[in-house]
Design a protein around this ligand. Structure first.
Ligand SMILES: C[C@H](O)[C@@H](O)[C@@H](O)[C@H](O)C(=O)O
Ligand SMILES: [Mg+2]
Length: 451
């Protein structure tokens, strides 16, 4: 593989001209359910998985992308990626990124395939996987980590990547440009600050729903020792359990550290309000995904009812697209925007959401964890701070302590902060040995398992 090695011989024009000659997509699964990692009130046995995309170019440079799944059904996402492949293969990188908005539309608005979405569900996960690989390829071509590619882009070029269709009633291209231009002030200072301190993170690793109390206590003790100050607990299956677990963790972390709770869509609206009210004594900063991710007005009602208790509503890991986020913001239905690098249409659609959240003055606290989500979304939140929000109040990026060892450039956490990645690309390249072992169903990890 020539990847990276022969970059020096390209001049700027040449390197953008390389043509995508092949797309491969593989079904890669990790048996995390065996130990209840990632378990919550609705997803009791997740096997963290990915549809993993590799784009080969005629220059030997390679782009890597993925979207996240919970195991079964990853083969459907793989199929959807294969259906999109013909729209990518044969194109030059330059052709794509010089009209990235157009390319985003090509993928999301194909007149036959859009019937499968549009811009939601499996086909949108597939779009994310493909576009994540394109962004990775672009960043590698420039020899920069993705966050830096974004930070160095002119505001005009950034907005040219966004499809404003369906959101101009809230954010026009001109307004977006204006927001980005205004946020240029102090940009260098914030970049230096991130290089020094990193971006604040919280951990979800202590309190998955399936962890017994003893394990929760041990993990919490370890996390406190490593400097974590913000913790998320899974709730929603049994109120008594929730009270007990929240009490343990609040006692352990003390009154000044931050606690969040996450119900993963378990409740109806009224039930959410009464259940969370009973957990209010533990002073959670937010309740995450209290009800259906599609119920915007339901979230608004919950937000309104819980505001007097000082509890906000967070959602986004299963928010389908920018249109939904627009309405959540318009309806004051969330107080924390949880962007997801693999649910929305890659960087392009996430840029739109970051800008809308900024306009509404709602903090973005990305969803991460799974497999690869931390690696990806750290780039977006660094960009958000440096070039959009310029604000760290009530902001933090999720962190989960699993599966990083399978990546060629795993996240670096220091003192509960994400340190800016240095390697070129979008950090989603997996070790080839991992992919082979974990490929479903033929990899060694799965071959002998009765699943
Ligand atoms: C099934 C997954 O682990 C979810 O529980 C997880 O993404 C969770 O909602 C989170 O916020 O990290
Ligand atoms: Mg969650």
């Amino acid at each position: 593989v020539l990847r990276g090695k022969n970059l020096g011989k390209f001049n700027f024009r040449d390197k953008m001209l390389h043509k995508i000659i092949n797309l491969t997509v593989r079904d890669v699964r990790f048996p995390t359910s065996l130990d209840q990692h990632g378990s919550d009130a609705m997803h009791t046995d997740p096997d963290y998985s990915a549809a993993y995309v590799v784009l080969d170019t005629d220059s030997g440079l390679t782009g890597f992308g993925l979207t996240f799944t919970l195991g079964k059904g990853t083969e459907i996402v793989v199929c959807a990626v294969e259906a999109l492949a013909r729209l990518v293969v044969g194109k030059c990188l330059q052709e794509i990124v010089s009209d990235f908005r157009g390319f985003y539309r090509l993928l999301t608005s194909d007149s036959q395939m859009r019937w499968l979405g549009p811009e939601k569900g499996v086909i949108h996960l597939a779009t994310a996987a493909v576009l994540n690989a394109v962004w990775d390829l672009w960043a590698r071509t420039e020899g920069k980590p993705l966050w830096k590619l974004l930070v160095d882009m002119e505001p005009k070029q950034l907005v040219s990547c966004i499809d404003f269709r369906y959101i101009t009633d809230v954010l026009t291209e001109e307004e977006a440009l204006d927001l980005l231009v205004k946020a240029q002030e102090g940009k260098q200072h914030r970049e230096d600050q991130m290089q020094k301190e990193g971006y604040p993170a919280y951990t979800t690793s202590c309190a998955w729903l399936g962890y017994p109390d003893e394990q929760l206590k041990q993990l919490c003790t370890d996390a406190l020792k490593s400097g974590w100050t913000r913790f998320k607990v899974k709730v929603g299956a049994d109120l008594e359990d929730d009270v007990r677990r929240c009490r343990i963790i609040r006692q352990m972390i003390g009154p000044d550290n931050t606690l969040m709770i996450d119900a993963n869509q378990r409740w109806d609206v009224a039930e959410a309000i009464s259940w969370v009210s009973k957990l209010a004594e533990f002073r959670p900063l937010w309740i995450e995904e209290p009800t259906s991710p599609d119920d915007i007005l339901g979230h608004a009602a919950i937000s309104k009812a819980l505001a007097p208790l000082g509890i906000g509503v967070a959602t986004g890991e299963q928010c389908q697209n920018r249109v939904m986020f627009k309405q959540f913001l318009q309806a004051s239905a969330l107080q924390f925007v949880q962007i997801d690098s693999c649910r929305l249409g890659s960087v392009n659609e996430n840029l739109a959401v970051l800008l809308m959240a900024h306009k509404f003055n709602v903090p973005v606290c990305p969803h991460a964890g799974g497999v690869g989500l931390c690696e990806l979304v750290q780039h977006l939140i660094l960009f958000d701070y440096i070039c959009v929000s310029a604000d760290l109040r009530n902001r933090m990026c999720e962190y989960v302590d699993h599966l990083h060892e399978h990546f060629t450039c795993p996240v670096v956490i220091q003192d509960a902060h994400y340190m800016p990645p240095k390697d070129p690309g979008y950090s989603c390249e997996m070790l080839e040995s991992t992919v082979q072992r974990h490929q479903y169903p033929e990899g060694n990890v799965w071959k002998n398992m009765k699943k």
